[in-house]
Write a protein that binds this ligand. Sequence first.
Ligand code: TLP
Length: 343
Amino acid sequence: MIDLRSDTVTLPTEEMRRAMAMAIVGDDVYGEDPTVNQLEQLAASKMGKQSGLFIPSGTMGNLIAFLTHCERGDEAIMGDQAHTFIYEVGGVSALGGIMVHTVPNQLDGTIKFSDIQNAIRTKDVHFPTSKLIALENTHNRCGGVVIHQDFINSVVDLAQENGLKVHMDGARIFNAAIKLKIPVQNLLIGVDSVTFCLSKGLGAPVGSVLCGEQKFINRARRIRKQLGGGMRQAGILAAAGIVALETMVDRLAEDHHLARKLADNLRSFSNINIRENSPQTNMVFLDLIDDYPKSSAQIIQELKNNGILVGTSKNRGFRLVTHYGITKEDIDKVAEVLATVLQ
Ligand code: TLP
């Protein structure tokens, strides 16, 4: 199968498997797993933060960040296309009693400055307290688009002026940094916390790291335990994460190149439109034109019959994600099969 549903489907490299087999481990709930400690330090230094915390998933990383920044009844501001709003099962509200205050995401993944400004509550006995602004980079639903430093800086300034914190859902922040050809920490200046994923384009089998100031991470560690996310000999997993950070970041450029190639191959097809802003990184979004007779479910099935898996997006759209394990030949085959299926 050529699996373009997500970069979450990547399989660990040989080097990761060897590192996992050889990892020196201990009980991480006691802080005694040297490999986890090494991963957390490495991750924090790459993000330009004081400390890191190894977490089973990106979803739990975002949840822990929200629970650490906010108390019950506090409000978190985020885009209406944010992963934290749409794809995290309402966890921050269900488990944290946190109010989600959405503002429209623009097509480029940003949010209008005035919309954020207007969403911040004044002090009034009737209102919830605004505590947090959450951003996402790259922005998944907006097309895997890159959020630039100037926008992030302006949000950080606004947050600081109003006593709010900023959390970055940086599940794919390395894709953004590679695309912009800048150190990842430049995208996180003044940002209070960031979650990034080891188990997407970086290819590790499991895990994300939450980074921030030491005091924040100390509190986050307690919340991870409260949620049942305290892992024991987790160095087996962290070992793959270290290999991911050391060997898999630069190659993300290949995924971006293949996504661009795929989009270029499909651009002349008359039954689909490549979505505006796509692809900037490793995601190609496309939509069936309105009067095309086949349903998206039908297309997905026909592609599957030909050994190709793609994801759905919105009503009549698809998401095709390039990643480690996808080759130039695969991309050519996808274009060839789509040409037949879309006739
Ligand atoms: N996203 C998944 C699905 O949940 C949609 C995917 O296939 O893209 N933040 C962002 C921006 C993400 O895209 C994801 C995963 C997460 C957080 C959550 O990561 P995990 O899957 O580790 O919980």
